[in-house]
Design a binder for this molecule. Structure first.
Ligand code: ADP
Length: 454
């Protein structure tokens, strides 16, 4: 079958079965995204004002967190030069104020939980329970209609309500997103592709604050769920990870005990200690989702420096290096499913077999292309509107390498007892937005897989 045919049939299968998926528990990070589309001249003027020599070092190597305006601007340049995403915590109040005055073009739902809640609950109609650390009116207004619930304590009793019915005006947690298109020019740099840099002015998600409603009632919340997706660990640091990690470990044990598959949405985690700790927790997860920067950063803490470099050396990313890295990760941690996504293709390594793994990836790629093309996907039927987006041509060479190395056929191969699934993605040439696209990919593929298992 051609990839177009595989795409079309995978979409139909997932659409017809998605209603069979039970409740998905989403924890822990939800915030408000303030999006700013960068202008070359504006950015250059700002860099010059701070002094190019003060800014450029951070475009070579990212700081661990942002404590000054030159660090902010340098980090933005780091992303532009590489066409790669990065996210850092903004610690200083004066830099937060600078960002606020620089302003934004639009406000959107942010945080993996928020984005996935809107996609799964608001678009696919899959019921979700979401952890929202702070539910301000602004935050509540960003949730779509649909089976999206947050726990609320009323007279000592736990109720599940839509965020718009929570009616407690808590704080707003704002993440500033600086987006740039492919070919964006500033100083001597040109962005090889569209992407963005994120500065988080947020003390709740960054400390992985977990609400009492979740802490004291987790068993009950888990009981009413079929799947779980965990995210938000990326913001932690060596100083603050211990307490939330204890809670997370306890939550994972509850999920494991109840046989609820949990997916970890790994995101760029600048702190090495935290990355190591996440690696230590990975065996408690069924599944993990990550991109090339994230996989390389894990290889780094596993002592696989050469492999880490290889993952970032080529465009498109060398699929043999990716497979090697995924195998090492699976063997070290025992995680059952690893879903890798990069610009142009996805790979999944699973300790179980079946075409449904590949088909779920295809559904996810279609959903991602729909999001890139339309900006907002309103219903599952909107997803199919990405069918006319062409399959990435560069992925043919990637597929060729996989066929040669692992005898892959129709995107499915076998290696060391694992199934390796591959798909070329559909790439939207002029995307409306790429924010949250990774979350769309990972949650669609994970939930899609369970829709197809039934
Ligand atoms: P995020 O942090 O937004 O979730 P990730 O790096 O995790 O970002 O995911 C970005 C992914 O989105 C890439 O790996 C790629 O597969 C996909 N993607 C990026 N740009 C496009 C595009 N223009 N069309 C389709 N898919 C895209």
């Amino acid at each position: 079958m051609s990839w177009e045919e595989l795409y079309s049939s995978a979409f139909k299968k997932v659409r017809d079965n998605i209603a069979s998926v039970g409740r998905v528990l989403l924890a822990y990070n939800t915030n408000i995204d303030a999006i700013k589309y960068l202008y070359g001249r504006d950015l250059e003027e700002r860099v010059n004002k701070e002094g190019v020599e003060n800014v450029l070092p951070y475009s070579e190597e990212l700081p661990e967190r942002i404590t000054s305006v030159p660090e902010l601007l340098g980090s933005i340049l780091w992303s532009i030069r590489r066409g790669k995403a990065a996210e850092l915590f903004v610690e200083s109040c004066s830099t937060r104020f600078y960002m606020k005055r620089w302003g934004w073009d639009e406000l959107r739902m942010g945080g993996q939980v928020g984005i996935m809640a809107n996609l799964l609950g608001g678009v696919y109609g899959v019921p979700v329970i979401a952890h929202v650390p702070q539910l301000s009116k602004l935050q509540a207004g960003l949730f779509k209609d649909g089976p999206i619930y947050v726990p609320k304590l009323e007279g000592g009793k736990l109720k599940l309500v839509h965020p718009s019915e929570f009616s407690g005006d808590e704080e707003s947690c704002i993440h500033y997103i600086y987006e740039f298109p492919r070919g964006f020019r500033v100083l001597d740099f040109e962005a090889p592709r569209e992407n963005r840099f994120i500065g988080a002015a947020d003390d709740y998600n960054t400390n992985l604050f977990i609400r009492d409603e979740f802490k004291s009632n987790f068993e009950g919340l888990a009981d009413s769920s079929e799947l779980a997706i965990i995210s938000g660990l990326q913001a932690l640091t060596e100083e603050n990870y211990r307490e939330p990690f204890e809670t997370i470990r306890a939550h994972l044990e509850v999920l494991e005990e109840k046989g609820i598959p949990a997916h970890l949405e790994f995101a760029f985690t600048p702190d090495e200690t935290v990355r190591r700790e996440i690696l230590g927790l990975l065996g408690k997860f069924w599944s993990v989702g990550l991109n090339e920067v994230e996989l390389a950063s894990i290889m780094d803490v596993m002592g696989e420096k050469a492999l880490a470099e290889k993952l970032l050396a080529n465009d498109p990313v060398d699929p043999i290096a990716v497979t090697e890295a995924m195998l090492k990760l699976a063997e070290k941690t025992g995680v059952r499913r690893i879903h890798f996504h990069t610009y142009g293709y996805y790979l999944a390594l699973t300790d179980y077999k079946g075409e449904f793994v590949r088909d779920a990836l295809l559904f996810a790629a279609l959903a991602a292309a729909a999001k890139a093309k339309l900006g907002d996907v309103r219903s599952i039927d909107d997803v199919v509107r990405a069918m006319d987006v062409p399959v990435n041509e560069k992925a043919a060479a990637v597929e060729g390498a996989l066929v040669k190395e692992y005898g892959m056929k129709d995107g499915i191969g076998e290696i060391d007892g694992y199934q390796l699934s591959f798909i070329p993605t559909k790439i939207v040439a002029k995307p409306k937005s790429t924010v949250g696209i990774g979350d769309t990919i990972s949650s669609s593929a994970f939930v899609g897989e369970f829709a197809l298992r039934e």
